[in-house]
Design a protein around this ligand. Structure first.
Ligand SMILES: CC(C)(COP(=O)(O)OP(=O)(O)OC[C@H]1O[C@@H](n2cnc3c(N)ncnc32)[C@H](O)[C@@H]1OP(=O)(O)O)[C@@H](O)C(=O)NCCC(=O)NCCS
Length: 166
């Protein structure tokens, strides 16, 4: 059974590997030899420092999906000023796509955003990442813009927004 819970420091090693493996699954072929240089695995410490964080006007929270004691999904969400929020990062373990893990993580983030009465959630997706684009459209994000060679040379990005109504 899949359980969604808030990130804990002990998850950091597993999350660092999961995010790396997950991004390699859709960018590895595209970036080829340049993947390691452009998209290296971030340290466990990076996730310990950034997964749950709060400043005066930005609150960051991260959720993990756990199955049989293993971390199989990660989502980082933010709440900002002006009723804005963002979905910073989502990744599920390669091989576990289509099992509803991403949607369960989205539900946790949705609760976080609506509790704060946010009105607009932004994110972006690589235009070549058809699975993730379908995932965002399924969760009522709409395209807002297009950025060429944005995070990586040769990889265009689609900006997306989800409006929340009360
Ligand atoms: C994108 C991702 C988070 C989706 O998570 P998931 O657990 O597979 O998603 P779910 O099982 O909850 O499916 C939700 C919706 O996503 C879409 N989807 C999921 N897998 C899909 C696939 N293989 N092909 C097409 N659409 C797919 C469907 O619209 C699905 O809705 P449906 O079940 O009603 O048809 C996951 O595939 C992933 O981590 N990919 C690699 C990392 C990544 O791309 N991150 C986003 C970077 S911007």
């Amino acid at each position: 059974m899949i359980r969604i819970r808030t990130f804990q420091d002990e998850d950091a090693e597993a999350v660092a590997k999961l995010v790396y493996d997950s991004f390699r699954s859709f960018l590895g072929e595209r970036l080829g030899d340049r993947f390691e240089e452009l998209c290296p695995q971030l340290s466990a410490d990076h996730y310990r420092k950034t997964a749950l964080h709060r400043t005066e006007d930005v609150e960051t929270v991260s959720f993990v999906a756990e199955e049989d004691g293993q971390v199989v999904g990660f989502l980082q969400a933010e709440a900002r000023a002006f009723g804005l929020g963002s979905l910073n990062l989502i990744a599920t373990a390669p091989g576990s796509a289509g099992k509803g893990i991403g949607s369960s993580l989205f539900e946790a983030a949705y609760q976080f955003w609506t509790e704060r009465r946010l009105r607009k959630i932004i994110t972006s997706v690589a235009a070549c990442n058809k699975t993730a684009l379908a995932y965002y459209l399924r969760h009522d994000f709409v395209p807002e813009g297009y950025r060429k060679d944005h995070f990586f040379p040769g990889v265009d990005d689609i900006e997306l927004a989800r409006f929340l109504h009360y």
